[in-house]
Design a protein around this ligand. Structure first.
Ligand code: RIB
Length: 306
């Protein structure tokens, strides 16, 4: 079934972004370069990426009853996302991510806070949202048992699922068997395969579901045992935070539109590339119009040259 409705279940964080030219050693203080608070969280980022591309997005998540929570829900609503199912938690704070930007790369510490209140029971209450979507997209910044419950419900109703296994952790075989697509980066893929105790046949089956994002080296998929490499679009990166989230939101959108997997990955690759040209995870995510403009610009090139 094709259609344009995506349900995203995942984290909503405020990103506290510090740019610095020096990383402090233990016990040392250094002066940073700049500081910004920017809406983030893998779930929310993916929701914004898809919504800006014109997709009807429902977000299921949780925030605290605090100023970050209020700002973040307002922001998601302004992006056109259905935020009715976002829980306001009284006894925990909104999730935050401390992000250090240093030498063109980032390191992140997430404190999940309210995100941990997305329990399997909460998921169960939103079965109708899952049923009414064409794709369910999940990540791993909420409790694993809740991700599992969401995928179970989607599977029960024949809804396609994408699992973005970030941040990576050991995953149950049952979950990996249920999902339709898994979108690790290279590092996550290595840990994912190292942690699974499966037969060669099971591992081969899992590989065929994998869409591996490799940053500036492109995307790797597997088809009937063959590797297909999709090259990346070369851009000047300002901040790579949320590049994977842009890719996932765009991938879900493209699959909803009925694109075949290879073409969907090429589209998501373009969206991911545009997103890294600005500071912040959501700040750089392109609208449909911006992607169309970009396509016009690269139209004279063959995909294989991109
Ligand atoms: O993927 C990037 C995101 O990871 C950031 O926005 C941060 O909130 C963490 O969840």
């Amino acid at each position: 079934m094709t259609g344009r409705k995506i349900t995203i279940i995942g984290s909503i964080n405020m990103d506290l972004v510090t740019s610095t030219t020096q990383i402090p050693k233990v016990g040392e203080t250094v002066l940073g370069h700049s500081f910004h608070t920017i809406p983030g969280g893998k779930g929310a980022n993916q929701a914004v990426a898809a919504a800006r591309l014109g997709t009807d997005v429902t977000m299921i998540g949780a925030v605290g009853n605090d100023s970050f929570g209020k700002t973040l829900v307002e922001h998601l609503t302004n992006e056109g996302i259905n935020t009715e199912s976002i829980l306001k938690v009284e006894d925990n704070s909104t999730g935050i991510a401390s992000i250090i930007l240093w030498e063109g790369d980032n390191s992140i510490i997430v404190v999940p806070g309210a995100n941990n209140h997305i329990t399997p029971e909460v998921i169960g209450r939103h079965e109708d949202k899952i049923i009414n979507s064409n794709i369910l997209l999940v990540q791993l910044e909420i409790p694993l048992e809740s991700v599992n419950r969401a995928v179970e419900l989607a599977k029960k109703h024949g809804i396609r699922t994408i699992l973005n296994p970030a941040p990576i952790q050991k995953l149950p075989k049952d979950l990996l068997e249920m999902v339709d697509f898994v979108t690790p980066n290279e590092h996550e893929q290595a840990l994912l395969f190292a942690s699974i105790d499966g037969t060669d046949q099971e591992l081969e089956k899992l590989k065929e579901k994998c869409i591996v994002t490799k940053g500036s080296k492109g995307v790797l998929i597997y088809k009937n045992g063959e590797k297909i490499e999709i090259p990346s679009i070369q851009v000047e990166a300002v901040d790579t935070t949320g590049a994977g989230d842009s890719f996932n939101g765009a991938l879900a959108t493209a699959l909803c539109e009925g694109l075949e997997i290879e073409e969907a990955c090429r589209f998501a690759n373009v969206v991911g590339a545009i997103s890294v040209t600005k500071l912040g995870a959501q700040t750089g995510m392109p609208t449909k119009k911006e992607v169309e403009e970009f396509y016009k610009y690269i139209n004279h090139l063959k995909w294989s040259e991109l």
